[in-house]
Write a protein that binds this ligand. Structure first.
Ligand code: AMP
Ligand code: MG
Length: 185
């Protein structure tokens, strides 16, 4: 059984190929960016951030996807493979031993689907934290908000570019850090 590390939370936000409508015949949603923000548990501060650009293997970047994420086909052509990116999560971030968090269940499900489809080992352990549900419960909100809505609710700025994985992860980590800090006051 993997060691349990409670020192840091890995906040992860992925961007994936997408279309203004259904997935085109013969293509599938591929992760094109893995945003990682590292939240130090003792201080509730964000201590590291990184965006890993991933080359899509089953799809290409549509104009709609570039509009949403700012990422172009040229950008992702320069990325690394999904298998290499997952290996980085394990070796550099010890993702299989740490708690990881994302906004909702989409990111976890996309990792699960893509790892299964491509035969890549799932890089995380079993302890995924749905930051959206946690935030909504802690704030007693009637509905689960999007990330931008939650930042507005918390009175925090949206730093960087929304729908870029690295910036989304950084902002989600701020929301989660706020919850950690509030739990100790
Ligand atoms: P986000 O973390 O909100 O930037 O979204 C993650 C991924 O979900 C994006 O990279 C897209 O693949 C997909 N997505 C988000 N919003 C939309 C949308 N309005 N239409 C289609 N796909 C979307
Ligand atoms: Mg995002």
């Amino acid at each position: 059984m993997a060691k349990r590390l409670l020192d840091r939370i890995l906040v992860v936000d992925v961007e994936a190929t997408c279309w203004d409508g259904p997935v085109p015949e013969g293509q599938a949603n591929d992760i094109i960016e893995i945003g990682i923000a590292v939240l130090d548990v003792a201080t509730a501060e964000r201590v590291d951030r990184r965006g890993i650009i991933v080359r899509p293997e089953r799809s290409s970047v549509s104009p709609f996807c570039t509009e949403l994420t700012t990422l172009t086909q040229e950008d992702v052509d320069a990325g690394i493979s999904f298998a290499e990116a997952c290996a980085i999560l394990r070796t550099e971030y010890r993702a299989h031993e740490r708690v990881w968090a994302s906004w909702g269940e989409y990111d976890r499900q996309q990792f699960e689907r893509q790892c299964a489809a491509l035969g890549v080992p799932y890089p995380f352990g079993t302890r995924h934290l749905n930051a959206k549900t946690l935030y909504s419960l802690a704030r007693a909100l009637p509905r689960e908000p999007g990330m931008a809505g939650a930042l507005a609710d918390a009175g925090l700025p949206l730093e960087g570019t929304h729908h870029r994985g690295v910036d989304d992860a950084w902002n989600i980590a701020a929301l989660l850090g706020g919850l950690l800090a509030a739990g100790r006051s």
